[in-house]
Design a protein around this ligand. Structure first.
Ligand SMILES: Cc1cc2nc3c(=O)[nH]c(=O)nc-3n(C[C@H](O)[C@H](O)[C@H](O)COP(=O)(O)OP(=O)(O)OC[C@H]3O[C@@H](n4cnc5c(N)ncnc54)[C@H](O)[C@@H]3O)c2cc1C
Length: 305
Protein backbone atom coordinates (compact mmCIF):
# COMPACT_ATOMS: atom_id res chain seq x y z
CA UNK A 1 0.00 0.00 0.00
CA UNK A 2 1.25 3.47 -0.87
CA UNK A 3 1.73 6.66 1.14
CA UNK A 4 -0.29 9.22 -0.79
CA UNK A 5 -0.46 12.99 -0.47
CA UNK A 6 -3.64 14.41 -1.97
CA UNK A 7 -3.26 18.11 -2.74
CA UNK A 8 -6.68 19.79 -2.72
CA UNK A 9 -9.71 19.52 -0.44
CA UNK A 10 -12.54 20.26 -2.85
CA UNK A 11 -14.98 17.56 -3.89
CA UNK A 12 -12.39 15.94 -6.17
CA UNK A 13 -9.55 15.75 -3.63
CA UNK A 14 -11.80 14.53 -0.81
CA UNK A 15 -13.52 11.87 -2.95
CA UNK A 16 -10.10 10.60 -4.12
CA UNK A 17 -8.88 10.54 -0.51
CA UNK A 18 -11.91 8.51 0.61
CA UNK A 19 -11.49 5.93 -2.17
CA UNK A 20 -7.72 5.63 -1.60
CA UNK A 21 -8.24 5.14 2.14
CA UNK A 22 -10.94 2.53 1.47
CA UNK A 23 -8.42 0.71 -0.74
CA UNK A 24 -6.01 0.60 2.20
CA UNK A 25 -3.55 3.38 1.29
CA UNK A 26 -2.14 5.85 3.82
CA UNK A 27 -3.52 9.27 2.86
CA UNK A 28 -2.76 12.84 3.93
CA UNK A 29 -4.74 15.67 2.34
CA UNK A 30 -3.16 19.13 2.21
CA UNK A 31 -4.93 22.20 0.87
CA UNK A 32 -4.69 25.97 0.82
CA UNK A 33 -8.49 26.25 1.20
CA UNK A 34 -10.41 23.96 3.52
CA UNK A 35 -13.51 22.24 2.07
CA UNK A 36 -16.09 24.95 2.80
CA UNK A 37 -13.82 27.63 1.28
CA UNK A 38 -13.42 25.91 -2.10
CA UNK A 39 -15.17 26.31 -5.45
CA UNK A 40 -16.84 23.00 -4.65
CA UNK A 41 -18.70 24.68 -1.78
CA UNK A 42 -20.32 27.06 -4.31
CA UNK A 43 -21.60 24.29 -6.61
CA UNK A 44 -25.40 24.22 -6.97
CA UNK A 45 -25.01 21.10 -6.93
CA UNK A 46 -27.08 19.11 -9.34
CA UNK A 47 -25.75 15.92 -10.91
CA UNK A 48 -25.37 17.16 -14.49
CA UNK A 49 -22.48 16.71 -16.94
CA UNK A 50 -21.82 20.36 -17.84
CA UNK A 51 -18.76 21.94 -19.44
CA UNK A 52 -16.56 18.86 -19.03
CA UNK A 53 -14.84 16.86 -21.76
CA UNK A 54 -14.25 14.46 -23.48
CA UNK A 55 -17.84 13.23 -23.73
CA UNK A 56 -17.11 9.51 -23.65
CA UNK A 57 -15.00 9.56 -20.45
CA UNK A 58 -17.30 12.14 -18.86
CA UNK A 59 -20.36 9.95 -19.53
CA UNK A 60 -18.66 6.94 -17.91
CA UNK A 61 -17.48 8.93 -14.85
CA UNK A 62 -20.92 10.55 -14.52
CA UNK A 63 -22.65 7.17 -14.63
CA UNK A 64 -20.51 5.73 -11.82
CA UNK A 65 -20.92 8.87 -9.72
CA UNK A 66 -24.70 8.72 -10.22
CA UNK A 67 -24.72 5.22 -8.74
CA UNK A 68 -22.58 6.17 -5.75
CA UNK A 69 -24.53 9.36 -5.04
CA UNK A 70 -27.79 7.41 -5.25
CA UNK A 71 -26.43 5.08 -2.57
CA UNK A 72 -25.37 8.06 -0.42
CA UNK A 73 -28.86 9.55 -0.80
CA UNK A 74 -30.10 6.59 1.24
CA UNK A 75 -28.27 7.96 4.31
CA UNK A 76 -29.66 10.86 6.32
CA UNK A 77 -26.33 12.62 7.05
CA UNK A 78 -24.71 13.07 3.61
CA UNK A 79 -26.70 16.02 2.20
CA UNK A 80 -27.48 13.99 -0.96
CA UNK A 81 -31.08 13.56 -2.19
CA UNK A 82 -32.57 12.08 -5.35
CA UNK A 83 -34.91 14.64 -6.90
CA UNK A 84 -36.94 14.67 -10.09
CA UNK A 85 -36.56 17.72 -12.30
CA UNK A 86 -37.01 19.08 -15.79
CA UNK A 87 -34.66 20.49 -18.39
CA UNK A 88 -36.26 22.71 -21.05
CA UNK A 89 -34.96 23.83 -24.44
CA UNK A 90 -36.00 26.59 -26.80
CA UNK A 91 -35.64 24.37 -29.89
CA UNK A 92 -36.17 20.70 -30.65
CA UNK A 93 -33.25 18.64 -29.40
CA UNK A 94 -31.86 15.14 -29.79
CA UNK A 95 -31.30 13.16 -26.59
CA UNK A 96 -28.39 14.60 -24.57
CA UNK A 97 -24.93 13.15 -25.26
CA UNK A 98 -24.78 11.85 -21.66
CA UNK A 99 -28.12 9.97 -22.03
CA UNK A 100 -26.49 6.63 -21.06
CA UNK A 101 -25.41 8.01 -17.69
CA UNK A 102 -28.96 8.20 -16.27
CA UNK A 103 -31.27 5.22 -15.77
CA UNK A 104 -34.38 6.93 -17.20
CA UNK A 105 -35.01 10.09 -19.15
CA UNK A 106 -38.56 10.98 -20.16
CA UNK A 107 -39.48 13.44 -22.89
CA UNK A 108 -41.95 16.07 -21.66
CA UNK A 109 -44.53 17.97 -23.67
CA UNK A 110 -46.29 20.08 -21.04
CA UNK A 111 -44.59 23.42 -21.63
CA UNK A 112 -45.45 26.65 -23.40
CA UNK A 113 -43.43 29.28 -25.27
CA UNK A 114 -40.54 30.05 -25.32
CA UNK A 115 -39.83 26.33 -24.84
CA UNK A 116 -39.98 23.77 -27.63
CA UNK A 117 -38.56 20.62 -26.09
CA UNK A 118 -37.57 19.10 -22.78
CA UNK A 119 -37.01 16.04 -20.66
CA UNK A 120 -37.34 14.99 -17.04
CA UNK A 121 -35.16 12.68 -14.99
CA UNK A 122 -34.32 11.90 -11.41
CA UNK A 123 -30.89 13.23 -10.41
CA UNK A 124 -28.79 13.43 -7.27
CA UNK A 125 -28.93 16.90 -5.71
CA UNK A 126 -26.09 17.54 -3.32
CA UNK A 127 -26.19 20.15 -0.56
CA UNK A 128 -22.49 20.97 -0.69
CA UNK A 129 -21.82 22.43 2.78
CA UNK A 130 -23.34 19.28 4.35
CA UNK A 131 -21.73 16.93 1.83
CA UNK A 132 -18.21 18.40 2.05
CA UNK A 133 -18.35 18.16 5.85
CA UNK A 134 -19.47 14.55 5.49
CA UNK A 135 -16.63 13.77 3.05
CA UNK A 136 -14.03 15.41 5.32
CA UNK A 137 -15.43 13.44 8.28
CA UNK A 138 -15.16 10.24 6.26
CA UNK A 139 -11.50 10.97 5.45
CA UNK A 140 -10.74 11.34 9.14
CA UNK A 141 -12.86 8.33 10.17
CA UNK A 142 -10.88 6.19 7.72
CA UNK A 143 -7.58 7.33 9.29
CA UNK A 144 -6.61 10.10 6.86
CA UNK A 145 -5.57 13.63 7.78
CA UNK A 146 -6.55 17.05 6.44
CA UNK A 147 -4.14 19.97 6.89
CA UNK A 148 -4.28 23.55 5.67
CA UNK A 149 -1.13 24.27 3.67
CA UNK A 150 -0.54 26.49 0.63
CA UNK A 151 2.09 24.89 -1.59
CA UNK A 152 4.11 26.54 -4.33
CA UNK A 153 4.67 23.25 -6.14
CA UNK A 154 3.63 19.61 -5.80
CA UNK A 155 5.52 17.64 -3.09
CA UNK A 156 8.60 16.11 -4.76
CA UNK A 157 9.66 13.52 -2.19
CA UNK A 158 6.38 11.70 -1.72
CA UNK A 159 5.78 8.22 -3.05
CA UNK A 160 2.47 9.19 -4.70
CA UNK A 161 0.86 12.62 -5.10
CA UNK A 162 -2.70 13.23 -6.32
CA UNK A 163 -2.98 16.65 -7.86
CA UNK A 164 -6.59 17.71 -7.19
CA UNK A 165 -5.93 21.43 -7.09
CA UNK A 166 -8.73 22.53 -9.44
CA UNK A 167 -7.89 25.91 -10.91
CA UNK A 168 -4.71 25.88 -8.80
CA UNK A 169 -3.27 23.40 -11.32
CA UNK A 170 -2.55 26.33 -13.62
CA UNK A 171 0.42 26.83 -11.34
CA UNK A 172 0.86 23.39 -9.76
CA UNK A 173 1.02 21.64 -13.14
CA UNK A 174 2.12 24.67 -15.14
CA UNK A 175 -1.02 24.27 -17.25
CA UNK A 176 -2.18 27.41 -19.07
CA UNK A 177 -5.00 25.47 -20.79
CA UNK A 178 -6.92 25.62 -17.51
CA UNK A 179 -9.26 28.62 -17.46
CA UNK A 180 -11.74 30.02 -14.94
CA UNK A 181 -15.39 30.02 -15.97
CA UNK A 182 -17.06 32.41 -13.56
CA UNK A 183 -20.39 31.31 -12.11
CA UNK A 184 -22.59 33.55 -10.01
CA UNK A 185 -25.51 32.26 -7.96
CA UNK A 186 -28.25 33.79 -5.81
CA UNK A 187 -29.67 32.00 -2.77
CA UNK A 188 -33.35 32.51 -2.04
CA UNK A 189 -35.47 31.19 0.80
CA UNK A 190 -37.29 27.86 0.33
CA UNK A 191 -40.83 28.39 -0.94
CA UNK A 192 -41.80 24.72 -0.94
CA UNK A 193 -40.01 23.76 -4.17
CA UNK A 194 -39.18 20.07 -4.43
CA UNK A 195 -38.07 19.75 -8.09
CA UNK A 196 -35.05 21.15 -9.88
CA UNK A 197 -35.38 23.13 -13.15
CA UNK A 198 -32.90 23.85 -15.88
CA UNK A 199 -32.95 25.98 -19.04
CA UNK A 200 -29.61 25.34 -20.66
CA UNK A 201 -29.78 28.45 -22.86
CA UNK A 202 -28.95 30.81 -19.95
CA UNK A 203 -27.78 28.79 -18.27
CA UNK A 204 -30.74 29.14 -15.89
CA UNK A 205 -30.96 26.62 -13.06
CA UNK A 206 -33.06 26.36 -9.94
CA UNK A 207 -31.93 23.78 -7.40
CA UNK A 208 -33.91 23.32 -4.16
CA UNK A 209 -32.06 22.47 -0.94
CA UNK A 210 -33.38 21.83 2.57
CA UNK A 211 -33.50 25.46 3.72
CA UNK A 212 -32.90 27.53 0.57
CA UNK A 213 -32.88 27.38 -3.23
CA UNK A 214 -29.79 27.92 -5.40
CA UNK A 215 -30.62 30.06 -8.42
CA UNK A 216 -28.13 30.42 -11.26
CA UNK A 217 -26.39 31.36 -13.19
CA UNK A 218 -23.65 32.60 -15.40
CA UNK A 219 -20.69 31.05 -17.20
CA UNK A 220 -18.20 33.71 -18.19
CA UNK A 221 -14.97 32.30 -19.54
CA UNK A 222 -11.67 33.89 -18.52
CA UNK A 223 -13.25 36.05 -15.79
CA UNK A 224 -11.44 35.96 -12.40
CA UNK A 225 -13.57 38.39 -10.35
CA UNK A 226 -15.13 36.57 -7.38
CA UNK A 227 -17.28 39.48 -6.16
CA UNK A 228 -21.02 39.01 -6.75
CA UNK A 229 -22.34 41.63 -9.19
CA UNK A 230 -25.77 43.03 -8.13
CA UNK A 231 -26.82 43.73 -11.76
CA UNK A 232 -25.99 40.17 -12.75
CA UNK A 233 -27.94 38.89 -9.73
CA UNK A 234 -31.00 40.84 -10.91
CA UNK A 235 -30.86 39.24 -14.36
CA UNK A 236 -30.34 35.77 -12.85
CA UNK A 237 -33.49 36.18 -10.76
CA UNK A 238 -35.59 37.59 -13.62
CA UNK A 239 -34.70 34.66 -15.88
CA UNK A 240 -35.34 32.16 -13.09
CA UNK A 241 -38.81 33.59 -12.38
CA UNK A 242 -39.67 33.06 -16.08
CA UNK A 243 -38.78 29.39 -15.62
CA UNK A 244 -40.23 28.92 -12.11
CA UNK A 245 -42.84 31.63 -11.38
CA UNK A 246 -43.13 30.66 -7.65
CA UNK A 247 -39.69 32.24 -7.15
CA UNK A 248 -41.22 35.71 -7.57
CA UNK A 249 -42.27 35.65 -3.89
CA UNK A 250 -38.97 34.26 -2.52
CA UNK A 251 -36.72 36.48 -0.41
CA UNK A 252 -33.07 36.69 -1.43
CA UNK A 253 -30.81 35.38 1.36
CA UNK A 254 -27.34 35.43 -0.22
CA UNK A 255 -25.02 35.73 -3.22
CA UNK A 256 -21.89 33.84 -4.23
CA UNK A 257 -19.42 33.44 -7.07
CA UNK A 258 -17.18 30.49 -7.94
CA UNK A 259 -14.60 29.93 -10.65
CA UNK A 260 -15.12 26.62 -12.46
CA UNK A 261 -11.80 24.94 -13.38
CA UNK A 262 -12.38 24.46 -17.13
CA UNK A 263 -10.03 22.72 -19.54
CA UNK A 264 -10.41 21.35 -23.07
CA UNK A 265 -10.35 17.91 -21.38
CA UNK A 266 -10.37 16.74 -17.76
CA UNK A 267 -6.78 15.77 -16.98
CA UNK A 268 -6.77 12.39 -15.29
CA UNK A 269 -3.46 10.65 -15.89
CA UNK A 270 -0.33 9.33 -14.23
CA UNK A 271 2.97 11.19 -14.62
CA UNK A 272 6.33 10.04 -13.22
CA UNK A 273 8.17 13.04 -11.73
CA UNK A 274 11.57 11.75 -10.50
CA UNK A 275 10.78 9.16 -7.80
CA UNK A 276 7.26 10.48 -7.27
CA UNK A 277 4.23 9.15 -9.11
CA UNK A 278 1.84 12.04 -9.70
CA UNK A 279 -1.78 11.34 -10.59
CA UNK A 280 -3.31 14.50 -12.01
CA UNK A 281 -7.06 14.88 -11.52
CA UNK A 282 -8.24 18.37 -12.37
CA UNK A 283 -10.12 20.45 -14.95
CA UNK A 284 -13.65 19.21 -14.19
CA UNK A 285 -15.29 22.45 -15.37
CA UNK A 286 -18.94 22.68 -14.38
CA UNK A 287 -19.22 19.04 -13.35
CA UNK A 288 -16.75 18.30 -10.56
CA UNK A 289 -19.43 16.94 -8.26
CA UNK A 290 -21.03 14.95 -11.10
CA UNK A 291 -17.73 13.30 -12.01
CA UNK A 292 -16.25 12.98 -8.53
CA UNK A 293 -16.72 9.28 -7.73
CA UNK A 294 -16.02 8.03 -11.24
CA UNK A 295 -12.76 9.97 -11.26
CA UNK A 296 -11.87 8.90 -7.71
CA UNK A 297 -12.23 5.25 -8.75
CA UNK A 298 -9.94 5.77 -11.73
CA UNK A 299 -7.36 7.63 -9.62
CA UNK A 300 -7.40 4.73 -7.14
CA UNK A 301 -6.85 2.23 -9.97
CA UNK A 302 -3.87 4.25 -11.25
CA UNK A 303 -2.35 4.45 -7.74
CA UNK A 304 -2.90 0.68 -7.31
CA UNK A 305 -1.15 -0.09 -10.60
C1 LIG B 1 -21.72 28.57 -9.61
C2 LIG B 1 -21.26 27.15 -9.79
C3 LIG B 1 -22.20 26.14 -9.87
C4 LIG B 1 -21.78 24.82 -10.06
N1 LIG B 1 -22.72 23.84 -10.10
C5 LIG B 1 -22.33 22.55 -10.26
C6 LIG B 1 -23.29 21.53 -10.29
O1 LIG B 1 -24.49 21.77 -10.18
N2 LIG B 1 -22.85 20.24 -10.46
C7 LIG B 1 -21.53 19.94 -10.58
O2 LIG B 1 -21.18 18.76 -10.73
N3 LIG B 1 -20.58 20.91 -10.55
C8 LIG B 1 -20.95 22.21 -10.41
N4 LIG B 1 -20.02 23.20 -10.40
C9 LIG B 1 -18.61 22.87 -10.71
C10 LIG B 1 -17.86 22.38 -9.49
O3 LIG B 1 -18.00 23.30 -8.45
C11 LIG B 1 -16.37 22.20 -9.84
O4 LIG B 1 -16.21 21.40 -10.99
C12 LIG B 1 -15.67 21.51 -8.66
O5 LIG B 1 -15.87 22.26 -7.50
C13 LIG B 1 -14.18 21.32 -8.91
O6 LIG B 1 -13.69 20.67 -7.76
P1 LIG B 1 -12.17 20.56 -7.41
O7 LIG B 1 -12.08 19.74 -6.17
O8 LIG B 1 -11.43 20.11 -8.63
O9 LIG B 1 -11.69 22.06 -7.17
P2 LIG B 1 -11.88 23.04 -5.92
O10 LIG B 1 -13.18 22.85 -5.25
O11 LIG B 1 -11.55 24.40 -6.43
O12 LIG B 1 -10.75 22.58 -4.92
C14 LIG B 1 -9.38 22.77 -5.21
C15 LIG B 1 -8.56 22.52 -3.98
O13 LIG B 1 -7.18 22.64 -4.32
C16 LIG B 1 -6.54 23.48 -3.38
N5 LIG B 1 -5.37 24.15 -3.95
C17 LIG B 1 -5.29 24.86 -5.10
N6 LIG B 1 -4.04 25.35 -5.23
C18 LIG B 1 -3.35 24.96 -4.13
C19 LIG B 1 -2.01 25.17 -3.66
N7 LIG B 1 -1.13 25.91 -4.36
N8 LIG B 1 -1.61 24.59 -2.48
C20 LIG B 1 -2.49 23.84 -1.77
N9 LIG B 1 -3.77 23.63 -2.15
C21 LIG B 1 -4.19 24.19 -3.31
C22 LIG B 1 -7.64 24.48 -3.03
O14 LIG B 1 -7.30 25.20 -1.84
C23 LIG B 1 -8.82 23.54 -2.86
O15 LIG B 1 -8.78 22.93 -1.60
C24 LIG B 1 -20.39 24.53 -10.19
C25 LIG B 1 -19.46 25.55 -10.07
C26 LIG B 1 -19.88 26.85 -9.88
C27 LIG B 1 -18.85 27.93 -9.75
Amino acid sequence: MARVIVVGAGVVGLSCAVRLLEAGHHVDVVARDLPLETTSAVAAALWYPYRAFPHERVTAWSRSSYGELETLAGRHDTGVRMLAGTELHRRPMADPWWRDAVPTLTRVSAFGPPYADGWSFVAPVIEMPVYLRWLAGRVEALGGTLTRMALTSLPDRAEVVVNATGLGARRMADDPSLMPVRGQVVYVEQVGLDRWWLDESGPVYVVPRSRDIVVGGTDVEGEWDRRPDPDVAKVILERAVELVPELARATVVGHRVGLRPARPEVRLELEQQGRTRVVHCYGHGGAGVTLSWGCADEVTRLVGD
